[in-house]
Write a new protein. Structure first.
Length: 44
């Protein structure tokens, strides 16, 4: 594998890791918001 191909592969891995981190963070925020909403519904 040439250095250029290796750099492209590493770049793609970094991009994929960033996308996964953003999606995981969004999922955590969504679960937090749903939990807060449920707690709010129980105590009118």
């Amino acid at each position: 594998m040439t250095p250029d191909e290796e750099e492209r592969r590493l770049s793609a891995q970094r991009r994929n890791a960033r996308v996964m981190a953003i999606l995981l963070g969004a999922f955590v925020v969504l679960m937090f918001a749903v939990s807060i909403a449920k707690i709010g519904m129980r105590h009118p």
